[in-house]
Design a protein around this ligand. Structure first.
Ligand code: SF4
Length: 152
């Protein structure tokens, strides 16, 4: 892994190196959940159904490096699209920085603790079901409490 600059997360997204970009993710797992788009209104509903590769207990991808081979439509968040992915949670570190907000205290880059995202109620760890077991997505519509996460 390349060198990461001191407090790189305070720099504009456009200045981040590939390693710094990767390291910005807080590991919440929200982008690994299925969404349902209303055909008529375009409105997007969240579900608690996870991609088959997500470890539902830790909220981490079980094969991040090879994920595209197994799940070709896995979203690869880049600088070009970060502003246009409307369903990114308000807490997502990429969205936070794209909007010029500081990372919250629970982000591991600030707290030094990877589990702080779980305690803050932001991680999906232990709160989701795999698509391999879930059945119809319509039975799993949820609302995540983005607004209640500390520091957001
Ligand atoms: S929603 Fe954002 S911060 Fe959370 S896992 Fe996905 S990319 Fe990382």
């Amino acid at each position: 892994m390349g060198e990461m600059r001191d407090r790189f997360w305070e720099r504009p997204l456009a200045e981040l190196s590939p390693e710094e970009w990767e390291a910005l993710c807080d590991g919440c797992g929200r982008c690994c959940l299925h969404k349902i788009e209303d055909e008529d209104t375009g409105e997007i509903a969240d579900t608690n159904v996870a991609c088959r590769l997500l470890d539902c207990e830790t909220a981490q991808c079980s094969d991040y490096r090879n994920r595209k081979s197994f799940v070709p439509d896995c979203l690869r968040l880049t600088l070009k699209i970060v502003d246009s992915v409307e369903w990114l949670p308000r807490t997502c570190a990429y969205r936070v920085r794209a909007e010029g907000r500081p990372l919250p205290d629970w982000h591991y880059l600030i707290s030094g603790d990877r589990q702080a995202v779980v305690r803050a109620g932001v991680s999906v760890s232990g709160r989701v079901i795999s698509e391999t077991r879930a059945g119809p997505l319509e039975h799993h519509i949820v609302e995540w409490d983005d607004e209640e996460a500390d520091g957001i």
